[in-house]
Design a protein around this ligand. Structure first.
Ligand SMILES: *Cc1c(COP(=O)(O)O)cnc(C)c1O
Length: 387
């Protein structure tokens, strides 16, 4: 262990992120490019570090949700490559799917050209995903004003009823409006890709083919998130957009997780106490304990992303053994049962909250949520160590 006196440590294994990226790339149809979704601070793991690590793996396409996130990613990737590792311009063009600037990553903003002026998007080379006919009109007008073809992704909805143009929007769209734009990709998003048996997957696939053809564009296509990649090559098209799988979550709910674990979260034991008289543990006195129970108090609570719903249901791992959480989760601490462990834990020992013994998906199941929420809820208090 590198450190020291920190009460809690979040270790993020960037090699594992890189390995997950390579693993996904190997699954892809020939000529399909692999982007990375780094929205929400790379699902809580750190957009700057993750984006740089993936860029080093030749990832040249990044998706964020907002302008601010795009700016952060652009700054993270603004370093220039050493001359020896620079791709040739032709190569860069191909790699970046027409991005065209030597070694520069394409950064796409899923929420469109909002949250900043259009000039800001242009200045920082952030490419909006156009979700509505108004979005298209505004970006096309801007392109005319700048007398320059502006890049964009066109998002069509194929059944999720979230963002993107509906079939009706598309039929009302006069495609001449797209002329001042350089539509890099036509994309859609799958609603049920984590469940390979869900009939909605193939319905969306079929509709995507039909609707993308209706645009009359010869743009490249993008449909698959992490789960979609594992549905098979027909879902890959020209660009895939994995997020969760890069960060070690299981992209498919009914199969063993093929991805490498990326994070280890551990917190120190602040106190070890033997219950001297039958009573209860924690707020609400909701958990009865008998005399003789050995309790360890751990330095992490709901302010650190330990869901309160883990009270009485979750566990931590101390010296390789699982220890159930007793009573409610407090803001800054939990109490766990360490009675009868092979090695009696000491103050200052580590309790693993997330890691190889129990993944974010496991803890999500205990907390009644999904791994995505566990990752994005990780607090700011941890000392972060990037490997
Ligand atoms: C978040 C998101 C993704 C990534 O999804 P994962 O399930 O994490 O792989 C891809 N595409 C869009 C449009 C998204 O919003």
């Amino acid at each position: 262990m590198i450190c020291t006196t920190s009460p809690s440590i979040l270790e993020i294994n960037l090699d594992a992120v890189a390995e997950n990226y390579r693993f996904i790339k190997e699954k892809l149809k020939k000529d399909t490019l692999c982007a990375a979704v780094v929205k929400a601070n790379a699902y809580g793991l750190g957009a700057v570090e993750v984006s740089r690590a993936l860029y080093a793996q030749d990832c040249h396409h990044f998706f964020v949700a907002t302008f601010e996130e795009g700016l952060e990613a652009r700054e993270a990737l603004s370093f220039s490559l050493p001359p020896s590792s620079r791709p040739s311009p032709a190569h860069a063009q191909e790699r970046a799917g027409g991005e065209g600037e030597e070694g520069r990553a394409a950064i796409y903003v899923l929420h469109g050209a909002n949250g900043a002026s259009l000039e800001d998007f242009l200045q920082h080379n952030l490419i909006p995903v156009l979700n509505t006919r108004d979005d298209i009109q505004i970006w096309a007008d801007f392109a005319k004003r700048t007398e320059q073809k502006q890049p964009a992704i066109l998002h069509i909805d194929t059944g999720m009823n979230r963002l993107g143009l509906s079939a009706q929007d598309l039929s009302l769209l006069n495609t001449d409006i797209l002329r001042p734009l350089d539509i890099r990709y036509v994309m859609s998003h799958l609603a049920c890709s984590d469940d390979p048996d869900h009939p909605k997957n193939s319905e969306q696939l079929d509709l995507f083919k039909i609707l993308s053809a209706k645009t009359g564009l010869s743009s490249r296509l993008s449909l698959a998130n992490s789960g979609g990649i594992f549905l098979g090559e027909e879902y890959h098209f020209d660009l895939v957009r994995p997020g969760c799988a890069l960060y070690g979550l299981n992209p498919q709910s009914n199969a063993p997780n093929p991805m490498q674990n990326v994070i280890t979260l551990k917190a120190r034991i602040l106190q070890v106490r033997r219950v001297d008289r039958a009573g209860s543990v924690g707020y609400g006195a909701s958990c009865a304990v008998s005399s003789g129970t050995l309790c360890a108090v751990i330095a992490a609570g709901y302010a650190d992303g330990l869901f309160r719903s883990l009270g009485g249901r979750g566990r931590v791992v101390i010296n390789g053994e699982k220890c159930p959480i007793l009573g409610r989760v407090s803001m800054d601490s939990i109490v766990v049962d360490v009675t009868g462990l092979k090695i009696e834990p000491q103050v200052g020992d580590w309790a693993e909250i997330l890691g190889s013994h129990q993944t974010a998906d496991d803890v999500a199941a205990q907390a009644g949520t999904i791994g995505y929420e566990i990752l994005t809820a990780l607090g700011k208090r941890y000392k972060r160590i990037y490997r």
